[in-house]
Design a protein around this ligand. Structure first.
Ligand code: HEC
Length: 142
């Protein structure tokens, strides 16, 4: 290989390495790729503003209402009285239960109680959503 050819090859290699470097390994590109997308809050910054802003979005995204979830997950028994379940709106069936207080009702709804399965069988329901349904049931049964 002639010297000119060697130099030419070396230049081509250097240029292509440089292209690779500038495309993939430049500081800006790395920063872009590792930048946190969801939370722009960086350690040392005051992050409260972003948290407060995010909270209402989470509440809106919380999913179906207690009534909808009741219809989907609890109505099969509490709408019909199946398995001896106290029916929604049946004041006589609920008065003594309501008298136990919300904590006991929530505990029974979440952990189960006799023929009442834990969370009414809705294992992907959060405790909070079960509590919301219990209040919905109580409010409509007294
Ligand atoms: C498979 C039928 C069934 C389903 C589904 C069901 N329940 Fe029940 N539930 C019962 C029965 C039966 C009882 C009565 C248990 C007893 O008093 O012995 C009951 C009782 C309750 C009580 C009263 C507990 C107490 O302390 O008196 C609450 C509250 C309750 N259920 C909430 C729910 C909620 C909320 C859902 C839906 C997420 C649900 N249940 C789904 C069968 C069911």
């Amino acid at each position: 290989m002639k010297l000119v050819q060697k130099l030419g090859l070396a230049i081509v290699m250097l240029v292509s390495m440089n292209v690779v470097a500038s495309n993939q390994f430049s500081a800006e590109r790395i920063a872009e790729r590792i930048a946190p997308e969801a939370n722009p809050c960086v350690e040392g910054q005051d992050c409260k503003a972003t948290e407060v802003a995010a909270a209402p979005v989470a509440a809106v995204a919380a999913g179906p209402s207690a009534k909808d979830t009741y219809q989907a997950k609890c109505f099969a028994c509490h709408g019909t009285g199946a398995a001896g379940a106290p029916k929604l709106g049946d004041k006589a069936a609920w008065v003594a239960r309501i008298a136990q207080g919300d904590d006991m009702l929530n505990e029974h709804a979440i952990s189960g109680f006799n023929a009442m399965p834990p969370k009414g069988g809705c294992m992907d329901c959060s405790d909070a959503s079960i509590k919301a349904i219990v209040s919905y049931m109580v409010e409509n049964s007294k």
